[in-house]
Design a protein around this ligand. Sequence first.
Ligand code: PXP
Length: 246
Amino acid sequence: MSHRRLRLGVNIDHVATIRNARGCGYPDPVRAAKLAAAAGADGITAHLREDRRHITDTDIQRLCDEIDLPLNLEIAATDEMLSVALKHAPHAACIVPEKREERTTEGGLNVIGGFEHLKPFVARLSDANIRVSLFIEPNIEAIEAAKALNVPVVELHTGAYCDAPTGAKRAAILKRIKAAADHAETLGLECHAGHGLTFDTVQPIAAIANVQELNIGHFLVGEGIFVGLESSIKEMRRLMDEVARS
Ligand code: PXP
C-alpha cells in the first residue's frame, strides 16, 4: 500500500474573526498562515466575504506577498469578487454561495440554476490561469453541471455529514460523498472536500481515494486556543496521513 499525499489547505478566516472582534491588529491571520506552512499545510485558504467580516482586502494582499504556499481564495460569484481575484491572481479560486445573513457557507453552490451566471465568471478566472473550483453539494447533478462549466476542480461540501448524528444518518451522507467523488473522477474532475471537519470526522473523508485536498479552518483555529495552532494542524495532518492510502 503506497501513501497518497492528501493536501491540507488551512483556512485562516477565523483568526481574522478574533482580530476583528476588537478591531485591532492581532491575532494576525498572515502570521497564522506562516505557522500553518511550517506545521505541514500544503495551501492557505481564505474567504473574502462581501461584508469583510473576517478576511479583508489587505489580508489578501499580504497573503499574496508574504506566503509561499498556494493561495485558495474563496469568493462569491459577484463582479466585485471577480475584480479582486483578477487583481491578485491567486493559485486557485473556489466559488462559494454567499448570503449576507448566514453565519457560514450553509450549502453548496446552485450550479444548475446559476449555470448561465457562472459560465462567464468561470471563464474569466480560467483565462487568467486561476484554477477554479466550485463548492457543491455531493450530488451527481451538481457534478455534471460543474463538468459542463469546464472547471478542473469541485469541492464537496461536508457540512451535512459533519452535522449528522453518528450512525446510519452520517453513514448515508458519507456514501453520497463517496459516490460524488467517484463520479467526479470518472469525469476527470479533481475532487476536494471541506466544511465543518474535525478530528472526529476527518478520517472517513480523508480515506476516499480520489479526494485530493481537504480545506479545514474553524475547528483548527478553535482547537488552537487549547493546544496551539501548530499542534492542532499537526494532529489533523497526522489523522489524514493515517488513512490517506491508495
Ligand atoms: N471549504 C469551503 C469552500 C468553505 O467555504 C469553508 C468555510 O469557509 C471551508 C472549506 C472550511 O470550513 P471550516 O471552517 O468549517 O473548516
